[in-house]
Design a protein around this ligand. Structure first.
Ligand code: 4AD
Ligand code: MG
Length: 446
């Protein structure tokens, strides 16, 4: 590129172009004033500088307008940019009213401000960087699984099961229907886990990465009604370490991939959006592992700090999770072996003492708290049947019992909230700022 000067190089930039007209400090001999445009096609933060004679100036060339420019691509005299386009024609394809356009040239708008414009915010540098990082992180996660022998499964969006048993379901029916379309109640999936378990019986290592839905009536900074979940299921696990190893490896591999491939976009975040945040500091040591019981002991020593109780048997709240992360040195930390009664029917019974636990694990991360939830699954037919009977779910899950009847193997898996991962990666406080079009309680704009 820096070698070639193309004659009549034709460039067409369509849609959402940021065109910045800046005052000239470059005066050519022929013309008193040149016009400079910064044209960006969204492929990176880098804009192409367009230099045009004063005769090509047009009052419609305002910040945010869409333009078509043709000219000669040539070496730039400025150090920061190897090339610039000497324009011989400029056409404004789409005007942009600079008064009404909510973003102003050379102004840094905060994430909270741009959140008001979900249909336009991807035109800002911060949000376009974020979406490029999101795209690269998606590829990174797929690469990790492909490189490690996992088969990708498209688990269904519409399902008749409530995997988590928490009742946070969106029901699916044709509008105005007076009977069930599928003859049984159907819901948007809260997790692809059970379908992954079915396929793990055939492929050993499987994963899925798709939209997930929870009717959480929450306005919190880490909950959405529609979010993306990465879920993996691994057959022939020997212990919890088999699971935590995959969780940690995936986190590291995806993070290193993004940091290597999105240098400029991540740098923009570090400099201007979330200063001081550095995900690298989380990767220096292997992630500590503590049991739930040890976690409760740590929390009990500081119980006066918390709004919610942290006694043995209580679920960990965000405040507890964040405290534990700080206590362990502000790095990701695994908490294992939660009280049996807190976990869904599929979690493997540790069959231990009065403090009865299940082989479940959460990965807690700085700034966010819970990033992943997983468990070894109850593979023993009699134990699983007894639990389902106790919960009155034996009929609904007879197909799930079949998985144990026909060639069952010890297995386990986990789910990672992809938006929470991006929050952790970039230090973004509010989950609504890491997804293109957030859906949450009382908000389904666009
Ligand atoms: O802990 P959860 O509920 O686990 C499951 O659904 C398991 N069935 C996954 C599995 O083992 N295959 O959800 C997994 C993760 C959470 O740790 C959290 O990061 C994210 O999904 N998550 C949410 N993210 C955004 N908004 C919500 N409402 C979320 N609910 C869960
Ligand atoms: Mg969970």
């Amino acid at each position: 590129w820096d070698q070639c000067i193309l004659e009549h190089f034709f460039m067409m930039f369509l849609l959402f172009l940021k065109v910045v007209v800046i005052k000239s400090n470059f005066i050519s001999r022929a013309q008193k004033v040149n016009v400079f445009l910064h044209v960006n096609d969204g492929s990176s933060l880098q804009s192409l500088q367009v230099v045009a004679g004063a005769e090509l100036n047009d009052p419609l060339l305002t910040f945010g307008s869409a333009v078509e420019v043709s000219g000669i691509l040539q070496e730039s005299p400025h150090e920061k940019q190897p090339l610039e386009l000497q324009a011989d024609s400029i056409r404004v394809i789409g005007e942009c009213d600079p008064v009404d356009f909510p973003f102003k040239v050379k102004k840094r708008h905060g994430l909270e401000y741009i959140r008001q414009f979900p249909h336009l915010r991807c035109r800002t540098n911060a949000f376009s960087s974020l979406l490029r990082i999101r795209s690269e992180a998606t590829s990174a996660i797929h690469s990790y699984f492909k490189d490690n022998g996992f088969v990708q499964i498209h688990t269904p969006i519409i399902t008749s099961n409530d995997c988590e048993g928490a009742g946070e379901l969106f029901q699916v029916e044709p509008a105005g229907a007076d009977e069930h379309f599928f003859s049984v109640p159907a819901f948007l999936t809260v997790s692809g886990q059970l379908h992954l378990e079915a396929t793990a019986g055939a492929f050993s290592k499987v994963y899925t990465f798709g939209p997930t839905f929870r009717a959480e009536n929450s306005q919190s900074r880490r909950h959405l009604a529609e979010f993306y979940m990465v879920e993996a299921e691994i057959s022939f696990t020997q212990s919890m370490e088999d699971l935590t190893k995959v969780m940690e490896d995936m986190f590291r591999s995806a993070t290193e991939h993004v940091l290597a491939r999105c240098v400029e976009d991540v740098d923009l975040f570090h400099r201007h959006v979330t200063p001081g945040h550095r995900v690298n500091s989380m990767l220096k040591k292997s992630f500590p592992v503590i049991t739930y019981t040890e976690a409760v002991d740590i929390l009990t020593r500081s119980s006066e700090q918390f709004a919610f109780p942290s006694d043995w048997g209580c679920d960990l709240k965000t405040e507890h999770e964040k405290y534990l992360v700080k206590h362990c040195g502000n790095v990701p930390v695994f908490v294992t072996d939660y009280p049996y009664d807190l976990k869904p029917f599929y979690a493997r019974d540790n069959q231990d003492g009065p403090r009865h636990t299940a082989a479940a694990v959460d990965l807690l991360v700085p700034g966010v708290g819970e990033l992943c939830g997983g468990s070894l699954r109850e593979e023993r037919l009699s134990v699983l049947r007894a639990r389902l009977e106790q919960l009155g779910l034996e009929d609904a899950y007879s197909w799930y019992l079949d998985l144990r009847r026909f060639g069952s193997a010890p297995h386990g898996g986990f789910g990672l909230g992809f938006e929470r991962y991006l929050q952790c990666l970039l230090g973004v406080d509010n989950i609504k700022d890491v997804i293109p079009f957030p859906r949450f309680s009382r908000s389904c704009l666009l």
